[in-house]
Structure formats: structure tokens, C-alpha cells
Design a protein around this ligand. Structure first.
Ligand SMILES: CC(C)(COP(=O)(O)OP(=O)(O)OC[C@H]1O[C@@H](n2cnc3c(N)ncnc32)[C@H](O)[C@@H]1OP(=O)(O)O)[C@@H](O)C(=O)NCCC(=O)NCCS
Length: 215
């Protein structure tokens, strides 16, 4: 992503393009809970599962009124957050789109991406810290992947800071692969970025049924 890629307490980022990584210290309550005894692990997984089950997420286009909440998620997520002006400058462009995820009437995640002739490019993306590891990021990326078509926009690209291990693991879990290293990509640090790509798996070909010969 031009800028989407590194959590503040969990990373850093800079204004357009790019951000830095979270060295995933801490983590969500669910993550922390998972580090107990076997029993605690079981209990905490149960809690996390029921939390996931209970959570109703609504993904929709971002509107102007979402900006304060989006900025709050942004500031909590990145060490070098985008300013409101960065968002509006980006969203003013015709090929730039904002999406948010709402839970209980508040914005818990957002994504900014660009439409290009043959690909989608994620520029900025974050989930509110209190709502991580609940599948919200996966749902949003799934929504985005649903916009791909083999004939036209057939892949998603984004940049992730080299130290943003949680994001790398997240994207990897969704089938993204690093396809190149972008040297000295960021303005705020000397970090490199991984260019990650998602290409949907081709539908398995339907095997031809063995022809039944007459007679
Ligand atoms: C990266 C981020 C968007 C993930 O969102 P999320 O809603 O927490 O992700 P999900 O709950 O859908 O996670 C799906 C899977 O990704 C992997 N994953 C997600 N976060 C992870 C972490 N911190 N460490 C290791 N693996 C992680 C896990 O396999 C997870 O499945 P599991 O929870 O069943 O183990 C979120 O951590 C975030 O906002 N980070 C800060 C901003 C950022 O780095 N944005 C990306 C910029 S490139």
C-alpha cells in the first residue's frame, strides 16, 4: 500500500506513501488470553470464538461523517498517521475509494484503496486495536477480493513494512505473497517494504466425466 502498512504501537507509518510495522508486542485481549495454561487457553479460545460469533459487522462505503472515527483508528494504529488532509486529498481522486466496517454503530476498521486498470491497490488499512483478531480484517479484505474479476482487475497489491510482521502474517494467511522488496520505500524511516500480491486461485477445472460407451 502506498501507505497502509504499519501499526503504531505496532509500527509506524508515514504520510503517503507508506507506513511501518508493529513488532506485535502486546496484542489484542484475545491474543493475551491465549498465553495461559491449557485450560486458560481453551477458555480464552472459547471467549474469542463467541466474541467472533457475536460480532455483527457491516462493511459499507466511507462517508464524510466517518472521518473523526477513521482518524481515531488511524492514530491508534500507526506511529506516523495520515492527517485528515491526507485522507481527503486521497479520496478526492476519482479512482480512490474508502470503505469502513461498523460494529454496534461505530467504525471499527477502514480501508482506502485505488482502482487501476488491471488491479486494486490498498493504500491504507487498519482495524481498531480493541477489535483485532476477530476476523474483521479478513472480512474487509474478502469484500475487496470480491471485486476482482479475471477479465479486468485480477489482483490486489499492497506494500507492507519489513518490520510489520503482524500485517505480513495477516496478509499471508489470506493468500498474499511477497513478490518484491522495495528498497528505502518510506519517507519516515530507512525501512524497506515488501510488495505483496493477491491473485485469486483459479477455479479447479471440472474433470471431464469418462465417456460411457453405448452398448
Ligand atoms: C493487520 C490487521 C489489519 C489485521 O486485522 P484483524 O482484524 O486483526 O485480522 P483478522 O482477525 O482477520 O486475522 C486473520 C488472521 O491473520 C493472522 N493475524 C492477524 N493479526 C495477527 C498478528 N498480530 N500476529 C499474527 N498473526 C496475525 C492470523 O492468522 C489471524 O487468524 P487467527 O486470529 O484465527 O489466528 C490489524 O492487526 C491492524 O489494523 N494492524 C495495524 C495496522 C496495519 O498494520 N495495517 C496494515 C498495513 S499494511
Amino acid at each position: 500500500m502506498v501507505k497502509a502498512d504499519s501499526p503504531a504501537a505496532e509500527g509506524q507509518k508515514s504520510p503517503l506513501p507508506s507506513r511501518g510495522p508493529p513488532l506485535a508486542l502486546g496484542g489484542s485481549p484475545a491474543t493475551v488470553r491465549r498465553s495461559g495454561t491449557q485450560k486458560n487457553i481453551r477458555e480464552c479460545c472459547d471467549v474469542a470464538t463467541s466474541e467472533r460469533d457475536r460480532l455483527r459487522i457491516h462493511v459499507r462505503w466511507m462517508i464524510r461523517r466517518d472521518m473523526p472515527e477513521v482518524l481515531a483508528v488511524e492514530q491508534e494504529a500507526f506511529e506516523f498517521p495520515w492527517s485528515e488532509e491526507d485522507f481527503t486529498r486521497c479520496l478526492r481522486q476519482r479512482n480512490c475509494i474508502g470503505m469502513v466496517a461498523e460494529a454496534d454503530d461505530s467504525v471499527v476498521a477502514f480501508m482506502i484503496y485505488e482502482l487501476h486498470r488491471n488491479r486494486l491497490h490498498v493504500l491504507n488499512f487498519a482495524v481498531r486495536r480493541s477489535h483485532r483478531r476477530l476476523g474483521i480484517g479478513t472480512q474487509m479484505m474478502g469484500k475487496l477480493a470480491g471485486k476482482l474479476t479475471p477479465e479486468r482487475r485480477s489482483r490486489i497489491l499492497l506494500e507492507v513494512r519489513e518490520r510489520n510482521l503482524p500485517a505480513q502474517l495477516f496478509f499471508r494467511s489470506l493468500g498474499y505473497r511477497a513478490i518484491s522488496v522495495l528498497k528505502d520505500f518510506y519517507q519516515d524511516t530507512t525501512e524497506d517494504a515488501y510488495l505483496m500480491q493477491f491473485v485469486p486461485a483459479a477455479e479447479p477445472a471440472i474433470e471431464a466425466q469418462p465417456r460411457r460407451m453405448a452398448g
